[in-house]
Design a protein around this ligand. Structure first.
Ligand code: FAD
Length: 464
């Protein structure tokens, strides 16, 4: 008899787990309240990247003359066209998941699922009818939603969350973005490119505070260059609507006027209303479902993956957890290894990072080295007209092992995987620097940064 596995939630965690389990011969049911693909496909990774691609294309058009090109007429944009492109991309991907489900014989039930017992999921379907699904194993993959701030109520029009922002109903004359983390910083560039005056307010002393400081410094400089105003080290206290303007009071007493406010301060886990307490599944103080390294909760046979576990809030981590949980639910003994998790931030320019930041290397109490290489020293970067950025490598001073790679610049989110692989394979900077890299490519910056660790980068002038 095949194992019957039920998964609640079809985001990048749940749908990937479903396919892997079906590939292993399980009988799989997925319960999804909304649309397959979850936040990532419908309100997150993919629609934002489609919007960013439109913004980047607009920027390139604005710089057409730099490439010796002439554009007839005025350069502008059509918001409906941008939305339509984004919606088409999302719809294509959604269809792709549906057809994968079909091909693997995965049973998709539309409705809200909750645990009635450790082996029963009760589904309340759209028409109000309920259905109980009995399973050998259950995976909770219900994801997360935008976190709010007390005294600032979302109204989907003037005070919005990232879910509203991706709908891109209008470009306001001015927008205040609360939170200069990943989502806030990405949207800041999008709104600014489309012409809004953008103010970012960040509680911590700098933007993108989880990144290596040399990297977030580049983005802060780009904020200045593009006239995105960053107010850091200050909290937002309240936002109030007064006729057609929002007045936002900051903890330093300043009041910022804007047509729109986007709150992007983090995510709240979707773990309420799932019957977890009744079944005895333990949650942490933030509402995250607690799991062990095999992604099993304290209740045998009940697993949890993705954002609802409160670990990384990254689609690729959710998917990887999905693979591990699916294998384990079917009798495997796999464990999660979070030691190398590459991350991509789609600011302008992009950021890719893996491994230790310099601050973390300093706290290790053992010597480290750094190597850096600027994009502006690369022929390819000049050819592309993308000379802002750098690659930074952090290595162990004794073993020479690559500990961290941080890239800010064009295609950083693709380039980072060479760094991630180097860390994962325990490569040294000597090995990374001595590998022949194709010319002319941006990847040469990774090779040169590795050589710079030993002050041997060919395209870095000798220090006086
Ligand atoms: P989700 O994708 O949230 O999916 C959970 C699913 O469960 C949803 O479809 C929901 O409808 C369903 N569900 C919830 N409760 C129930 C229930 N009771 N019954 C039935 N169904 C239920 N990550 C990246 O790695 N790269 C990026 O570039 C990136 N960009 C982002 C941009 C934005 C604006 C946002 C908001 C997020 C972004 N993320 C990005 C994060 C990424 O979207 C999440 O980490 C990822 O979607 C988490 O996957 P998940 O499967 O855990 O949950």
């Amino acid at each position: 008899m095949p194992t019957h596995l039920t998964i609640i939630g079809a985001g990048p965690g749940g749908y990937v787990a479903a396919i892997r389990a079906a590939q292993r011969g399980a009988h799989v049911t997925v319960v999804e309240n909304s649309e397959v693909g979850g936040t990532c496909l419908n309100q997150g990774c993919i629609p934002t990247k489609a919007l960013i691609a439109s913004a980047e294309a607009l920027m390139h058009m604005r710089h057409a003359a730099d490439f010796g090109l002439e554009v007839a007429g005025t350069i502008g944009y059509n918001l409906a066209g941008i939305r339509e492109r984004k919606d088409k991309i999302v719809a294509t991907q959604v269809r792709g998941i549906h057809s994968l489900f079909k091909s693997w014989g995965i049973n998709l039930i539309t409705g809200k699922g909750a645990l009635l017992a450790p082996d029963i999921v009760r589904v309340v379907q759209k028409d109000g009818t309920t259905m109980d699904v009995k399973s050998d194993k259950i995976i909770i993959a219900t994801g997360s939603r935008p976190a709010g701030i007390p005294h600032i109520a979302f109204d989907a029009e003037h005070i919005i969350s990232s879910d509203d922002a991706v709908r891109l109903k209008k470009i306001p004359k001015s927008i205040l973005i609360v939170g200069a983390g990943v989502i806030g910083s990405e949207f800041a560039f999008v709104y600014r490119t489309f012409g809004a005056e953008v103010t970012l307010v960040e509680m911590l002393p700098r933007a993108l505070s989880t990144e290596d400081e040399d990297i977030s410094d580049i983005i802060e400089r780009e904020f200045k260059k593009t006239k995105i105003k960053l107010i850091a080290g200050v909290k937002v206290e309240k936002s109030e609507k007064e006729s057609d303007v929002i007045l936002t009071t900051l903890s330093n007493g300043q009041v910022v006027r804007s047509e729109m406010v986007l709150v992007s301060i983090g995510r709240s886990m979707n773990s309420d209303g799932l019957g977890l307490d009744d079944v005895g599944v333990l949650r942490g103080t933030r509402g995250e479902v607690l799991v062990n390294e095999k992604l099993e909760t304290n209740v045998p046979g009940v697993y949890a993956i993705g954002d609802v576990t409160g670990k990384f809030f990254l689609a690729h981590v959710a998917s990887h957890q999905g693979l591990v949980a699916a294998e384990n639910a079917l009798g495997g003994q796999e464990t999660m290894d979070y030691s190398v998790v590459p991350s991509g931030i789609f600011t302008m320019p992009e950021i890719g990072s893996a491994g230790l930041r310099e601050k973390e290397a300093q706290n290790r109490n053992s010597a480290y080295r750094t190597g850096k290489f600027q994009y502006r020293a690369l022929g390819k970067a000049h050819a592309m007209g993308e000379i802002t950025g750098m690659v930074k490598i952090i290595s162990d001073a004794v073993t020479d092992a690559v500990l961290g790679v941080h890239i800010c610049g064009a295609h950083a989110t693709d380039l980072i995987h060479e760094g991630a692989l180097a860390i994962r394979m325990g490569a040294t900077t000597r090995q990374l620097g001595s590998m022949i890299h194709a010319h002319p490519t941006l990847a040469e910056a990774v090779m040169e940064a590795a050589e710079d660790v030993h002050e041997q980068a060919v395209h870095v002038p000798r220090e006086k």
